[in-house]
Design a protein around this ligand. Structure first.
Ligand code: HEM
Length: 452
């Protein structure tokens, strides 16, 4: 027997044993069609993997971190190590200790920080992929809405974690964020006591710490459970291009080619997860995070206040002359409400981006807006911008997008609909007088339309 045969037989035997003793088929995630063996179908799983990595590295950091602003004599040596004569706050000292004295501490802290960036970036990829492919359409509206809450919580994790090293930079940026949150009509005053506790720096640090290590992760875990349960009940969204109609279920061919989640899909996702961890460690080893100076260090000139990259756009918005915190928060709330309710706003019957030009235009314009504002915020933090410059810089994004989408729509939509009509003659009427080629063969789309 060749080695390959022996290897496969042994692996099957071991797996058969595990499956039999754990009754895994009954509780493991459901099988998925073969077409889902592509990274783009598992962007959410990559975000979940990034979340688990954060929980693990965060738990290890908790062994050493001290959420205290105390500057007692115990922390004198720590302040002196940085060249000042005063003691540094305990939270900053414990972070300094993790970096300089804990074995592999710098690597651990850097992977946790870069892992947060990666999780937020992957979450945006997951979100935009879903938006462009219209996966929020029936029956996945609630999956989308729970996802929006997950997005808020993930950004909340970033916001609360930023203060924990207790650097002057993070302290200033957190205060700007808090001013924005507290100016919220109605909710602001309610949030005040919760966010600020007794109004002292210690109160604020404790609240951020509690939220970062307990409250938000618990809420995130619970919502993630609901998100995956909904995903399980609907199955993965079929490819938008494979069928003229929005599809709720798979074709017979796809159903027949289902692959069990255990071990195939798990191993497939696991392979990407390992790559993720490897890349993260590589980046953290090559470019370890540098700890900025601590809160209240008078020996260092304060630098420019800047948040992490994912909040830069909001910071820049407040730099616009005439944009008050209430307007900035109002605009953010409006964007969030749009994202939350987009499943009920986009009434087009089909999921393919070519059938939803308005929403694709809006999504692309907003994406351009966020990228521009983020770069702008990074380049000129705190620099005031006058209304004329705002209009001249931002309006072209929306106008150029409208022009490109308009031209594209005008050029391609007719031939596209003709092709669709040829595939599903039952739906020719849905788009007006598109002529169907004589003898065009009907296809799965027509059969599916009668499905649930
Ligand atoms: C912490 C953030 C998030 C995590 C961990 C997460 C996780 C997941 C997972 C594991 C899936 C299963 C399929 C896949 O792997 O892609 C999924 C699907 C889905 N997610 Fe998320 N998600 C998050 C955020 C979001 C956001 C922000 C949205 C949109 C607002 C969203 C909307 C959806 C939808 C509609 C599906 C079903 C997609 C399909 O069937 O192909 N998720 N998510």
């Amino acid at each position: 027997m060749s080695f390959a045969n022996w290897y496969n037989r042994t692996l099957n035997r071991i797996w058969g044993f595990v499956e039999d003793r754990t009754a895994m088929r009954r509780w493991a995630l459901r099988p998925q069609p073969e077409f889902s063996f592509k990274p783009s179908y598992w962007t959410g799983a990559f975000v979940a993997n990034a979340f688990f990595f954060q929980v693990l590295t965060g738990a290890l950091l908790l062994l050493y971190y001290e959420p205290s602003t105390s500057t007692s004599a115990t922390y004198l040596a720590c302040g002196q190590a940085t060249g000042t004569l005063s003691p540094a706050p305990a939270a900053w000292c414990s972070t300094y200790y993790i970096i300089h004295s804990v074995p592999m501490g710098s690597l651990l802290l850097s992977t946790h920080l870069y892992g947060a960036y990666a999780m937020i970036f992957l979450m945006f990829v997951h979100f935009f992929r879903g938006y462009y492919l219209g996966v929020y359409k029936a029956p996945r509206e609630f999956s989308w809405m729970v996802g929006t809450l997950l997005m808020l919580l993930t950004l909340g994790m970033g916001f609360t974690g930023y203060l924990l090293p207790y650097t002057q930079l993070s302290y200033n940026a957190t205060n700007v964020g808090l001013v924005l949150a507290l100016r919220l009509p109605t909710f602001g005053p309610l949030l005040g006591p919760f966010l600020l506790a007794d109004g002292t720096s210690q109160g604020l640090l404790s609240r951020m710490f509690d939220a970062h290590v307990l409250l938000i992760p618990l809420a995130l875990g619970a919502l993630l459970y609901a998100h995956i349960a909904l995903f399980e009940s609907h199955g993965i969204a079929p490819p938008a291009s494979s069928d003229p109609l929005q599809r709720r279920r798979f074709t017979d061919k796809e159903s027949k080619s289902q692959v069990p989640f255990m071990p195939h899909i798990l191993f497939y996702i696991g392979k990407w997860a390992l790559l993720y961890v490897g890349v993260l460690f590589g980046i953290a080893a090559l470019w370890p995070w540098q700890l900025p100076t601590y809160v209240g260090n008078l020996a260092v000139t304060p630098g420019v206040t800047e948040p992490d990259w994912y909040f830069l756009w909001l910071f820049k918005l407040v730099d616009f002359v005439g944009v008050t915190p209430v307007i900035a928060i109002g605009a953010t709330t409006a964007i969030l409400l749009f994202i939350l309710f987009v499943p009920f706003l986009d009434l087009s019957k089909r999921t393919h981006p070519r059938d939803r030009p308005f929403f694709v235009w809006l999504g692309t314009s907003l994406l351009g807006f966020f990228v521009l504002m983020t770069v702008w915020g990074g380049e000129t933090p705190g620099v005031q911008i006058f209304p004329m410059t705002v209009v001249e810089t931002i309006a072209p994004i929306f106008l150029v997008n409208a022009l490109v989408f308009g031209l594209f729509h005008w050029r391609y939509v007719r031939s596209y609909r003709r092709r669709l009509a040829a595939r599903a003659p039952a739906f020719v009427g849905a788009y007006g007088p598109t002529r169907v080629r004589a003898g065009a063969a009907p296809n799965v789309g027509a059969a599916e339309a009668t499905g649930p």
